[in-house]
Every structure is written in structure tokens, then in C-alpha cells.
Ligand binder design. Structure first.
Ligand SMILES: Nc1ncnc2c1ncn2[C@@H]1O[C@H](COP(=O)(O)OP(=O)(O)OP(=O)(O)O)[C@@H](O)[C@H]1O
Length: 653
């Protein structure tokens, strides 16, 4: 520890700048709310403050080391990077310091007076006030710096960015405001001083603090130093306690797997990935040969609240080169559909002064990324196969299934592997958790069935009750029920699996292949032949509203349904795109009629042209409604329906 560093543990050495430029500011409303929640709901986990503040210090050291490669002046001649922890029994304070990058005044305002994450307000509004549950939700968010207020009723941050002359002091009691003032700070970096709450004296104890560091921060890559305990004698003689390293200090991923316990892996994860819960699972690999890199990749237990926020910045996977942190821009290391993966990749092949521009298109990085994706897919596969711990895969699918599906579109190279891991609700097994896989579906296909059938809809109820499923129910053919928004998009790219075509039950002419007998096919042809006149009349009555009218064999109970073109957009997708504000050309659907249904038989007997037209329109419009669509002119539909009801009731009278 340098003298500069030691000085930083003492506050208030104001000289020329001290006390100038003082101002009081209010916290952003979200911060206030988060602080209150944190203090109340995290109390049973109050030790997290140490891990969070040490993590921040370690990140600041990482950043300095990265920026310092190009700008040596940032180190200010103090290249030995470390973190230190100290306490003062009389003042009742605990201090955590670092000689990292530090912050300018603007950065302090920006970073510890506001929450930069978008969607925070929505997140906070979703909190229930139920403490136990909220503690978990807070975990999703990442408790961060504010965890200091769990044990402190006042927090002082002294910070100076490397290369700047003036430092900044930030003080707050966690109420609604904080004050800022200029200070002279000899060493660059940050010290956070916690003025402990009344009952928190347990942290004014070297043994307790050392234990915390070893439990939670052992594998932080920088030395964490504390003053050694003095014997009574030494104390009497007024000896200065020496600083000594408390943590192991070697990055976890560089150690042999056999030496690392599950607890070590979990603690490292919580530290470096800013999570409050243990991870769901992980994979640790050392790759040697033409490429040399180590990856330690985790899948969290819970999706972050901003998983679907396009602007949401996830901590993601951090890239290190020869143990020096380079960046945590997850996009370069993981594809979007694996954006929930966290951890570390450490390459021996990239140059240390690698820039973001170089990383944009770099073959070494491309290979590392491809290798890491394979590892993650392997990890998910092993969860899916693991019959001893089925809960893990269920959790994975519940939290990340929707995002993972995007891989079918995004990652052509691994499409088949991804498809194998997809899980669906189906007509046969709606309660399967997390759902039915395509391999299981194929294994129980009906004799003669050649395709994998699916239906897309907004809700499970809508999918299950769709008239399109009637013939499938009759023939006991399983149909996948797809209700996620991404499903339409995913299925447009997943047209085949293991040589079997995937086919929408609401598109194209229905071909059940050999699942239909010759007799059934002949019967259908006969019905179609006999109904030619009726089909022609309906087509004339409906005009442009329909593309084609044909006799169906999909329906057993309903009189009619709509069908999209084989290669066209399904009505469901059209609706999604319209809702998203896209201009849609008006594509007329095909109307299929069930000529054995009493209503259609009755229609065939209708002699009056006006009545026939109104009846046909009704048939068409109820087919739109039955598949979850909206009518362009609902009032006219209601009028027609009422007229029909009246004439029926008059007829009955
Ligand atoms: N010791 C420090 N040195 C430099 N900057 C710091 C330090 N501590 C905090 N900061 C800055 O304040 C920001 C906010 O910290 P905070 O711990 O609340 O969130 P975080 O670390 O970004 O994410 P998380 O909420 O997941 O912990 C950090 O991103 C960092 O820019």
C-alpha cells in the first residue's frame, strides 16, 4: 500500500479546494424509492454491502487498467492497484477504498444520484411491498452501491478521477438528498465511508470484516488489504499496524477446476455478475491448441427485469486479455438470443491494447464466440437431459425460453441444436412442464402422419378452441400451441426438423397425408364436387372479401373457418404487425366451409339473393371472430345477426 492510498482512508484533508462548490441535490425519484425498498427488504442479507462495494472497486481498477494501457498518466505513478478496507471504532465507520479510475463530479451525479437503467420506473411500480418477494426482485435489479445504506445511516464518497486535479465528496443519509463539494484528494480513486447505523457495530471488527472478504470476495483479481491485528503490547507501544492482503487474489477462472468448489463458483458469479442470487448453472473451460482461452460462463436463475428492453444494458460476458479486463460488451461475445449468459472469457491470443474497433471484426474473437456458444448450448442440453434435477431446465425455460427461441432465426449454424431444445405446449399435453420437445412429438406421431403441426394465437384459450384444430382432435393428431409473440417469426424460419415439415394448421390446403384413408379422401372429393354451385354463390356474395371459397375437411363442429395462403402471412401475424404499426396490404383469406354443418346446409337452401348474401357475410365474419380477429365493421355484423335472430324466432313462433 502506498502512502497515497493510506492517506485516502482519512477524510477531510481539505486544502485549496476543500469545501468549495458545495451544493445539495435531490435524488432522482426512482433512487429514493429503491433506497427505501433496499433498506427494508434486504436487511436479512445486510452483508451484501461488502460484496457490492468491493465489486465496484474492482470494476474501477479494471477500468483504470484498461484505459491506462493507452494513457499511462492515469496511474499517476501509482501502478500497484489494490482495494483496502479499514474501520474506526471511535468514529463508528467502515471504509472501502480503491486506487481505481475514480469519478469526476459529473460522473458522481450521473452514476450515484440516478439510475441509468431504462425501465426502472416500470420495474419499481411492479413491486408488491411484500418484503420477501421484493428482496428477490431487488436481486434482479442488482443492488449495487445503494446497499451501503442497509448498514449505514450516512455514506461519504470521496473520489477523484485519475489525471484530474480536483476531487469530489458526496454525502447522503439515504433520505432524499445528497450534498457535493470539492475536495483535495491526494490519491486518485474512490473511498466509500459507511457511518454505521446504531446496531451495526458488529462490522467494527477486523475478524468479522476479514471473514466477509474471504467469504464473498476471495477471488477478486486485485489484492484486498486490511490492517493486521496488533497485540495488546504492540498497541501499548503505539505501533502502526501493517497492511496485509486478505483475499486469495487470483482470478477464479485461472485455477484448476478440481480446486474450485461450487460455493467458490457461486460467490464469484455473484461478485462479478452483480447478482444477488446463486447462478442456475455454469460451464468452465480451458481451450488449448490453435486458440488459447478460458471461459467461465453462467446462466442466472432469474431473468433481469430489462431482458426484453431493447435499450437495456446487460452486464453480460466480460472479455479479458491475459487477465486484463477489456470490455463487457456482451454483443461481441454472445449472440442476442444468449444475452442472459454472464461470465468471463479470457483470451491469450488477442493483443493487450486491443481496441473496440479491432474487436468489431476479429477472427480470433469470432472463433472464441463460436466456441463459447457451443459450450452454452451444451450446458443447456445437459440440463434438458438431467433427469435428476429436472427443475433446473424448467427454470431455464420459464425465465429464458422466449429469448432462447430467437436463436432459431439468429443462429443458422446451430439451428438444429436449438430446435431440439425448444419446448411447446401441445393439444395432447398441455400441462407438460416446461413443455413437449420436438423429438417427443415425433416419437408419438400418428401412423401415416408426416408433418409437425402447429397453431399460433394470442392466448392459449384462443389456440385451444380454434376451429382449425377440429379435424386434428378427431384424428388424435397432436398440435403445438404457440402463443408467444416471437413464435410467428421463429416458425417462419423453422420449416423443417429431422426431415419433417412444420406446418401451420391455419395455412394452405390441408394435407394430412396418409393419416387420412383413401375412403375419406374420396368422400371429400365427392362433397367438393356436389357443392360447386354453393361455393360459387358464396364467392359471388362475398366478392373481394375472400380470395377463394372451398369445401373444408378441417372442420367437424364449426360451419366455416379462414385459411391463409400456404406461403402467405397467417392472420395472426398480420394482426401482430398491424398492431406494431406496420402498413399491411389487404390480403384476402380463403374461406373454407363445412358443407355437412346444418347452418351451411340451411344456407344452401336459401333462395332469396339478399338473404343469401347476408347469411354468407355472417358466416365469414364469425369465422374471423373465431380465430381471434377483429371485424372492420362490427355494427353491421351485429345488425345482420339481429335480423337473423329475429327471422329465426318469427319462424319458430
Ligand atoms: N469505487 C468506484 N469507483 C468508480 N466508480 C464507481 C465506484 N463505485 C461505483 N461507481 C460508479 O457508480 C455506478 C453505480 O454503481 P452501482 O453499484 O449502483 O451499479 P453498477 O455497479 O453499475 O451495477 P449493479 O447495480 O448491478 O451493481 C457504477 O457503474 C460506477 O460507474
Amino acid at each position: 500500500m502506498s502512502e497515497n492510498q493510506a492517506n485516502q482512508t482519512e477524510q477531510g484533508q481539505a486544502e485549496s479546494n476543500a469545501g468549495q462548490n458545495t451544493e445539495t441535490r435531490g435524488f432522482q425519484a426512482e433512487v429514493k424509492q429503491l433506497l427505501q425498498l433496499m433498506i427494508h427488504s434486504m436487511y436479512s442479507n445486510k452483508e451484501v454491502f461488502a460484496r457490492e462495494l468491493i465489486s465496484n472497486a474492482s470494476d474501477a481498477l479494471d477500468t483504470l487498467r484498461f484505459e491506462g494501457v493507452k494513457n499511462d498518466a492515469l496511474f499517476e505513478g501509482d501502478p500497484e492497484l489494490s482495494i483496502w478496507i479499514d474501520f474506526d471504532t471511535d468514529a463508528r465507520t467502515v471504509t472501502i477504498g480503491d486506487n481505481g479510475i475514480g469519478m469526476t463530479r459529473e460522473q458522481v451525479i450521473d452514476r450515484i444520484g440516478t439510475i441509468a437503467k431504462s425501465g426502472t420506473r416500470t420495474f419499481l411500480d411492479s413491486l408488491s411491498g411484500d418484503e420477501k418477494k421484493d428482496a428477490h426482485l431487488i436481486g434482479q435489479f442488482g443492488v449495487g452501491f445503494y446497499s451501503a445504506f442497509i448498514v449505514a445511516d450516512k455514506v461519504t464518497v470521496d473520489t477523484r478521477r485519475g489525471g484530474e486535479s480536483t476531487g469530489t465528496r458526496w454525502i447522503s443519509d439515504g433520505g432524499g438528498e445528497y450534498t457535493l463539494e470539492d475536495i483535495d484528494k491526494p490519491g486518485h480513486g474512490t473511498t466509500v465511508t459507511l457511518h454505521l447505523r446504531e446496531d451495526e457495530d458488529e462490522f467494527l471488527d477486523g475478524y468479522r470484516l476479514r471473514h466477509l472478504v474471504r467469504t464473498y470476495s476471495d477471488h477478486i483479481a486485485f489484492p484486498i488489504k486490511m490492517r493486521e491485528e496488533l497485540s495488546e503490547e504492540d498497541e501499548k507501544e503505539g505501533k502502526e499496524a501493517a497492511w496485509a492482503q486478505v483475499n486469495r487474489g487470483a482470478p477464479l477462472w485461472t485455477q484448476a477446476k478440481a480446486e474450485i468448489s461450487d460455493d467458490d463458483y457461486a460467490e464469484f458469479y455473484k461478485h462479478s455478475c452483480h447478482d444477488y442470487e446463486d447462478p442456475l448453472t455454469w460451464t468452465h473451460n480451458k481451450v488449448e491448441g490453435s486458440q488459447e482461452y478460458t471461459s467461465l460462463l453462467y446462466i442466472p436463475k432469474r431473468a433481469p427485469f430489462d431482458l426484453f428492453d431493447p435499450n437495456g444494458k446487460q452486464h453480460g460476458v466480460k472479455l479479458y486479455v491475459q487477465r486484463v479486463f477489456i470490455m463487457d460488451d456482451a454483443d461481441k461475445l454472445m449472440p442476442r438470443y444468449l444475452r442472459f449468459v454472464k461470465g468471463v472469457i479470457d483470451s491469450n491470443d488477442l493483443p493487450l491494447n486491443v481496441s473496440r474497433e479491432i474487436l468489431q471484426s476479429n477472427r480470433v474473437l469470432d472463433k472464441i464466440r463460436a466456441g463459447s456458444v457451443k459450450k452454452v448450448l451444451g450446458l443447456i442440453e445437459s440440463m434438458a437431459r438431467d433427469d435428476d434435477e429436472p427443475e433446473k431446465f424448467k427454470t431455464f425455460w420459464k425465465e429464458f425460453g422466449q429469448v432462447f427461441k430467437e436463436g432459431v432465426v439468429e443462429d443458422a449454424e446451430n439451428k438444429d441444436k436449438i430446435a431440439k431444445l425448444l419446448r411447446f405446449k401441445t393439444t395432447t399435453d398441455e400441462s407438460a412442464d416446461p413443455g413437449v420437445g420436438l423429438d417427443d412429438y415425433i416419437a408419438r406421431m400418428q401412423p401415416g402422419q408426416e408433418k409437425i403441426y402447429y397453431i399460433t394465437a394470442d392466448t392459449l384459450a384462443e389456440a385451444k378452441h380454434s376451429p382449425h384444430l377440429e379435424i386434428f382432435k378427431k384424428k388424435d393428431i397432436e398440435v403445438l400451441l404457440l402463443t408467444d409473440r416471437v413464435d410467428e417469426w421463429v416458425m417462419a424460419h423453422l420449416t423443417e426438423y429431422e426431415g419433417k415439415e412444420l406446418s401451420s394448421v391455419a395455412k394452405g390446403a390441408l394435407d394430412l397425408g396418409e393419416a387420412e384413408t383413401e375412403e375419406e379422401k374420396k368422400e371429400q372429393e365427392k362433397l367438393a364436387e356436389e357443392s360447386k354451385g354453393l361455393v360459387e354463390r358464396i364467392k359471388t356474395a362475398l366478392g373481394e372479401r375472400v380470395n377463394e371459397v372451398r369445401v373444408t375437411h378441417r372442420l367437424t363442429d364449426s360451419p366455416a373457418c379462414l385459411v391463409a395462403d400456404e406461403h402467405g402471412m397467417s392472420a395472426h401475424l398480420e394482426r401482430i404487425l398491424k398492431e406494431a404499426g406496420q402498413a399491411m396490404p389487404n390480403s384476402a383469406p380463403h374461406l373454407e366451409i363445412n358443407v355437412t354443418h346444418p347452418l351451411v346446409e340451411r344456407l344452401a337452401e336459401e333462395q332469396g339473393d339478399d338473404e343469401f348474401e347476408a347469411f354468407s357475410q355472417l358466416l365469414f365474419e364469425q369465422a374471423i371472430l373465431a380465430e381471434g380477429g377483429e371485424l372492420d365493421d362490427p355494427a353491421t355484423f351485429v345488425r345482420r345477426m339481429n335480423q337473423m335472430l329475429l327471422s329465426v324466432s318469427r319462424g319458430a313462433a
